[in-house]
Design a protein around this ligand. Structure first.
Ligand SMILES: *[C@@H]1O[C@H](CO)[C@@H](O)[C@H](O)[C@H]1NC(C)=O
Ligand SMILES: *[C@@H]1O[C@H](CO)[C@@H](O)[C@H](O)[C@H]1NC(C)=O
Ligand SMILES: *[C@@H]1O[C@H](CO)[C@@H](O)[C@H](O)[C@H]1NC(C)=O
Ligand SMILES: *[C@@H]1O[C@H](CO)[C@@H](O)[C@H](O)[C@H]1NC(C)=O
Ligand SMILES: *[C@@H]1O[C@H](CO)[C@@H](O)[C@H](O)[C@H]1NC(C)=O
Length: 303
């Protein structure tokens, strides 16, 4: 079972911060990229891509701040066709009023998404590259080319979570029950009809990961057998990487799901993390209370 004490987990991990200068040339300008890469004990990618840890159980990351001075960027997701990051952030100090935005991870171009009241939740159908946004008055489909959002369902409802895998899953605030929308028709998602759902994803083995007030659970799709992964973690979001592996973003860092031990293993230490996503190249993109940061993987081991 999961260690309830994050401090214990932290002690088990050895983090070494390396600081060195890396000079990269971008758009004709020489820019110094501070390569404050983190070396992480081999967890991340260890099954999927051996080449990334060749001869070494560690991975090197360069730490790139993509956006600063932004209040609590939340519910991050990347459309892998355009490498655009979608997320929401708080637009009213000391209050909860949100706006959805997109950040092009290649060009760093930033755009607010207009036409969605209180844009909060985002998800992408990676097969068709359709983007869904949930606000305080319904679910919208966002047209990236036209930069326009169109209401497609749940008119007048406050959307809490959105997730796309084959079909669109969503929950409403305040009751937080999970629904599934298929061909314009909505119904309760039977597998989780007995619980409220806070965060929700489905991984590459059709294992659902979801959280409620009690904890973080996993449940094979099509069953009702929930397995506890973490009791009442300070969970901020769940995400799958490019290969469909599940990760959890807690307030104190990014954790990989370890199915053999039904536990979470910390892979990156973060102070006050909010959101997590993976870009086109499977680099980690995360947010803390005021920034969006990318941890770029170094394929060779020199910074
Ligand atoms: C790199 O670090 C130096 C010294 O701390 C700082 O002046 C510079 O702005 C940093 N560059 C970037 C791209 O963060
Ligand atoms: C592993 O990463 C290398 C380098 O990016 C890439 O060329 C290769 O296709 C990857 N292998 C798999 C199985 O994804
Ligand atoms: C990335 O850099 C920022 C700014 O220096 C720092 O606050 C943050 O902790 C770093 N993240 C990681 C995972 O090293
Ligand atoms: C995007 O993700 C989907 C689903 O995981 C995958 O089939 C597709 O090949 C990916 N496309 C790119 C450009 O990475
Ligand atoms: C959360 O889900 C688990 C597994 O389905 C269930 O046992 C528990 O009662 C739920 N907690 C709440 C507060 O609904």
């Amino acid at each position: 079972m999961i260690s309830r004490n994050a401090g214990q987990t932290r002690l088990k991990m050895k983090f070494i911060i390396i600081l060195c200068g890396l000079v990269s040339i971008q758009a004709g300008v020489i820019k110094e990229d501070n390569c404050s890469g983190v070396i992480i004990e081999g967890v991340y990618y260890e099954k999927e891509n051996e080449t990334l840890r060749e001869g070494n159980d560690r991975l090197y990351y360069a730490n790139e701040t993509l956006r600063e001075d932004i209040d609590r960027p939340y519910l991050l997701v990347v459309d892998n066709s355009t490498n655009n990051l979608y997320f929401s952030y708080n637009i009213k100090e000391n209050d909860d009023e949100f706006k959805s935005a997109r950040l092009n991870l290649n060009t760093k171009e930033f755009n607010n998404i207009e036409g969605v009241t209180n844009g909060f939740a985002q998800t992408v159908d990676q097969a068709t590259h359709e983007i869904y946004i949930g606000g305080s008055d319904g679910i919208y489909k966002y047209d990236y080319g036209q930069n326009k959002a169109e209401l497609i369902g749940e008119r007048g409802s406050n959307i809490w979570t959105l997730y796309f895998k084959d079909v669109l899953y969503y929950s409403l605030f305040p009751h937080q029950f999970l629904y599934v929308m298929e061909d314009g028709q909505s119904k309760r998602f039977v597998d989780l009809e007995d619980t409220k759902v806070d965060h929700f994803i489905i991984d590459n083995e059709d294992d659902i990961f979801f959280s409620n007030y009690t904890g973080l659970f996993s449940q094979k799709k099509g069953t009702k057998n929930a397995v506890l992964y973490a009791e009442s973690p300070v969970l901020r979001s769940l995400a799958t990487d490019k290969f469909g592996n599940a990760y959890a973003c807690l307030q104190d860092g990014i954790y990989a799901v370890e199915k053999t031990t039904t536990s979470l293993k910390k892979v990156v230490e973060v102070n006050d993390a909010f959101g997590l996503a993976f870009d086109n190249d499977n680099n980690i993109v995360y947010s803390d209370a005021s920034r969006i940061i990318r941890l770029k993987i170094y394929k060779d081991k020199t910074c």
